[in-house]
Design a protein. Structure first.
Length: 75
């Protein structure tokens, strides 16, 4: 997966939710464009808080660990 692949999905207008499939078998959903940012050779993905006082959860995923991207059709 390339930086351009991810960045083009994040910049899509209108935004379409998508899922990252990792080589480990784990999946990470990105449901809003503001929940993910490109870093150098990785993606920062923020997870929604379950309660207002929760700390921000996040993943930093190396591009080399992303196997494929799947559009979620607005699910």
């Amino acid at each position: 997966m390339t930086e351009e692949d991810i960045q083009s999905e994040l910049a899509r207008d209108p935004f379409m939710p998508f899922r990252l499939h990792l080589v480990s078998g784990k999946t990470v959903d990105i449901r809003i464009s503001d929940a993910a940012w490109m870093l150098r050779r990785s993606v920062f993905v923020a997870h929604p808080r379950r309660r207002p006082d929760d700390d921000l959860g996040y993943d930093i995923i190396s591009l080399r660990n992303i196997e494929r991207l799947e559009q979620l059709d607005g699910q």
